[in-house]
Design a protein around this ligand. Structure first.
Ligand code: ATP
Ligand code: MG
Length: 566
């Protein structure tokens, strides 16, 4: 490919919309262009990288016995009604109607479709296990599309689905996929950390997310520096050690706290620690109000609370409900005198003489004590884990980090097969639901994550395995006959050897050419300048390390092949 012909419109300036490195460089290096919020076109360089990542994914999926299929993007609503997800999916689903007013969606995921696809054909245990996957666009009307390909509304996903006759089969599929993911991300040059995650709305039990640790990551994880425990904070647990405060209970006291409603305002106003305040949150669980208590310096975890309550829906109560339940405006709720169920975090049980809302506008209570002033309905772990909490496995203080979720493996069990009546006959002729798993990788998000881990202030530093081109050949001056000829020679020889190479044939200043080469991130730059050429040499620069050295032109092809393979 000649640089003069390569359609890679590079930008000197950083577009204002780009907040993180991968997004900036994908725009600046001419990999992608935005069409609408969260919707992108892939330009030649971007598409080449996408295709390389897809090729790695295909190899590793095929290696574990998966077969590729391609399902429709447009999916009829009937299938989603069968599982109840037409209603549950909410506004993230792109919905449409055809000319006959039949409802469809643009597939945000394909559990329904694939289960319906195989249910009439897979009948016997002899047809199992079955592992099918596709690589295709997905559609989710994300509330906050951002960071370029990291959170799009149209994005490419690899989704694999496994069907087994029993738990053991599912377990094999799950761990095969898990290890395939480790290989895929390693081959993409990514350092990932698999973390235990919450299975959320999709159902099922065991699940791991593959996280690329990066400060720009939207997910927060905690991990143990001493053992392999790592989890998404949404799901993370910790070793609880009761630290009962032994102070004697003092007399309950009502204090005026005009305009002090938040924990920060209260601690400042009363001169107390957040850890001595009770945070009382009013929720509506399946339509009924409940109160949740956590220590003032802790964050409530809604996923844990929802599990404890065993409810289908859980949302923070609005001002009207809060006023009805507590008799006070927002900011003055407390447990004393409440007539709704009270779920307390277990750390709350250790508190003595705490500060809590008085259920009265502009008033709080001091010296509130559990058992004396109020009782809780349930005690459980309902708070977010924090850095410093003890590892649930080994007890070491945990660290936290941010991560980009590039892939996820799920054990679904029979959630979809039962709803969609996808059954098989076992060895005894008995009808059983298929046991399923599902396994996703965000292809575009993976490419963005690669850039997050491989860049510097000048641009992208592609790992060889996914680079759009391996080499750029840059004559310092294309006007110089000798340089032009040597460059052409190297370029042709590399092409003949199957190397993906670009020749920068533009009549530009060397600085401009080097800047573009760095921005686009070719792993190898071969520079032909007057001095080295006199000795029959060219200069090689490695983008990853910045190393620079000369090589005889006659040896360049073999040397480059060695670098690509090694
Ligand atoms: P997130 O929590 O980030 O929204 P998710 O849990 O909804 O992700 P899955 O349904 O598990 O994602 O989808 C599988 C993979 O698809 C994810 O691991 C991620 O890499 C990718 N993915 C999900 N949503 C998006 C998106 N909006 N844009 C780009 N990639 C996405
Ligand atoms: Mg999502």
């Amino acid at each position: 490919m000649l640089m003069s012909q390569l359609y890679a419109p590079t930008l000197r300036e950083t577009p204002a919309e780009a907040e993180i490195a991968s997004h900036r460089y994908m725009l600046r290096a001419g990999l992608i262009r935005r069409t609408a919020a969260g919707i992108y076109s892939y330009l030649p360089l971007g598409l080449k990288v996408i295709r390389k990542v897809e090729a790695i994914i295909r190899e590793e999926m095929n290696r574990i016995g998966c077969q590729e299929v391609l399902m429709p993007i447009v999916q009829p609503s009937e299938l989603w009604h069968e599982t109840g997800r037409w209603a549950d999916y909410g506004p993230e689903m792109f919905r449409l109607v055809d000319r006959n007013n039949r409802e469809f969606c643009l597939g945000p995921t394909h559990e329904e479709l694939i289960t319906a696809l195989i249910r009439s054909e897979v009948r016997s245990y002899r047809q199992l296990p079955l592992r099918l996957y596709q690589i295709q666009n997905k559609y989710r009307d994300e509330i906050r599309p951002r960071f370029g390909l990291i959170r799009g509304r149209e994005f490419i996903m690899k989704d694999m689905y496994s069907f087994d006759r029993d738990e053991e089969g599912l377990n094999n599929a799950y761990w095969d996929a898990y290890h395939a993911y480790e290989r895929i991300f390693a081959r993409c040059g990514l350092k990932t950390r698999p973390v235990e995650a919450d299975s959320g709305a999709i159902g099922g039990d065991e699940t791991h997310e593959f996280m690329v640790l990066a400060d720009s990551g939207e997910a927060l994880i905690v991990y143990c520096p001493d053992c392999d425990y790592a989890a998404n904070v949404e799901r993370a647990e910790y070793r609880f050690v009761s630290q009962k405060n032994e102070a004697a209970p003092l007399e309950l006291e009502e204090v005026a706290t005009p305009n002090a409603a938040t924990i920060a305002e209260i601690t400042a106003f009363l001169g107390v620690e957040a850890a001595d305040c009770l945070k009382t949150l009013i929720y509506v669980a399946d339509g009924k109000p409940v109160a949740a208590l956590v220590r003032g310096d802790h964050e409530l975890n809604e996923i844990k609370l929802q599990k404890v309550l065993g409810c289908q829906t859980l949302e923070l109560a609005g001002p009207d409900i809060i006023e009805r339940v507590t008799g006070a405006p927002v900011g003055f709720a407390g447990p004393v005198g409440l007539e709704v169920p009270i779920i307390a975090d277990r750390c709350v049980m250790d508190m003595v003489n705490c500060v809590a809302g008085a259920n009265k506008a502009d008033y709080h209570l001091k010296n509130v004590n559990i058992g004396r002033d109020f009782n809780v309905t349930t005690t459980a772990d309902i708070r977010m884990v924090e850095e410093g909490d003890l590892c649930p496995k080994c007890g070491t203080a945990m660290d936290s980090a941010r991560g980009i979720e590039v892939g996820q493996v799920f054990k679904l069990g029979t959630k979809y097969s039962a709803a969609l009546k996808a059954t098989f006959l076992d060895e005894n002729g008995k009808e059983q639901p298929l046991i399923m798993g599902c396994y996703g990788i965000g292809v575009g998000r993976t490419v963005a994550a690669i850039i997050e881990q491989h860049h510097d202030e000048n641009g992208i530093k592609w790992p060889m395995s996914v680079a759009p081109y391996h080499v750029i050949v840059v004559p310092v001056s294309i006007k110089d006959e000798k340089q032009a000829q040597a460059a052409e020679e190297i370029y042709t020889a590399l092409q003949a050897a199957g190397v993906e190479v670009v020749l920068d044939d533009r009549n530009e200043r060397p600085g401009v050419k080097f800047k573009d080469a760095d921005l686009i991130g070719f792993p190898i730059r071969i520079t032909i300048g007057p001095k080295s050429l006199e000795n029959g040499n060219a200069e090689i620069t490695l983008r990853q390390t910045g190393e620079r050295f000369e090589k005889p032109i006659s040896e360049i092809t073999d040397y480059v092949l060695g670098l690509i393979e090694g």
